[in-house]
Design a binder for this molecule. Structure first.
Ligand SMILES: Nc1ncnc2c1ncn2[C@@H]1O[C@H](COP(=O)(O)OP(=O)(O)OP(=O)(O)O)[C@@H](O)[C@H]1O
Ligand SMILES: [Mg+2]
Length: 235
């Protein structure tokens, strides 16, 4: 197991957002997460990456990470993207990626090579000098993805990566996610509302509702689960 969550509970005051959640992610897989708005999906990413403190246990490669600061968790090999593109908008694309590279490795000699290779991998080489704020949404998402990849992760968390993209752009992004998984050997956890995308790319799919796991397994089985149809997909 690459990542193991045991009885993870996150409360905001009286409000329980993650309710005794346990699950595990295998090395090399693409693990999908879906569920209604407010189910706790993004909160789960915030807990895994150390943005929020929570109760329970999270092991990454057998290493307990729940009490660690975000930069320590990044150094261990977990990177993420955000639901809304979060960039240094006044900086150019390659400087945004450089921030990721610095955050992950604290400045190695290999850094510049890593940045250029990452830009090339996601298809942003020609836009390296463009200001991030001037980019269209797909390129903003690719820049955020490149910054995450430049940290050198073993596990990449993608929060609604195709939200706001056209169907053609979404298909391009899905292809890239598959290449990240197969060519770079990076395990991926992806939150997504578009079930078509999740069925296509996930090895296993978990559905959250009110902070609880209500269904889990191969995507084709999960989408036929009556509980999932009732609370999320509808008939
Ligand atoms: N910092 C916070 N303080 C208080 N409540 C919060 C905080 N962050 C999230 N919440 C609440 O926790 C619940 C889960 O939010 P979360 O963003 O994890 O949902 P989500 O499953 O990602 O939803 P969506 O599909 O809309 O992105 C929501 O009710 C939200 O309002
Ligand atoms: Mg969310």
């Amino acid at each position: 197991m690459l990542l193991q969550l045991k009885n993870v509970t996150k409360r905001f005051g009286e409000f329980t957002v993650l309710d005794n959640l346990s699950c595990s992610v295998e090395k090399g897989e693409i693990f999908g997460i879906a569920g209604p708005n407010g189910a706790g999906k993004t909160t789960l990413f915030n807990v895994i990456t150390g943005v929020y403190q929570a109760k329970g246990t999270i092991l990454f490669e057998e290493h307990p990470i729940l009490k660690l600061k975000p930069h320590r968790i990044c150094h261990l090999g977990i990177a993420r993207t955000f639901q809304m593109p979060l960039l240094f908008e006044s900086m150019d694309v390659q400087t945004n990626v450089r921030v990721g590279a610095h955050f992950g490795h604290r400045g190695t000699r290999e850094e510049e090579k890593n940045i250029q290779e990452t830009l090339e991998f996601v298809g942003l080489k020609d836009k390296a000098a463009c200001s991030a704020g001037s980019l269209k949404i797909l390129d903003k998402k690719l820049t955020m993805l490149a910054a995450a990849l430049a940290t050198g992760p073993g596990l990449l968390l993608l929060d609604e990566p195709v939200g706001g993209l056209s169907p053609i752009e979404a298909a391009e992004f899905v292809k890239l996610a598959k290449r990240i998984n197969t060519e770079l050997g990076i395990t991926i956890i992806v939150i997504e509302h578009m079930m078509r995308v999740l069925i296509e790319i996930s090895n296993r799919l978990m559905i959250l509702d009110n902070g609880r796991k209500i269904s889990f397994g191969p995507p084709k089985d999960v989408v036929q689960d009556p509980k999932v149809i009732e609370v999320y997909l509808g008939v």
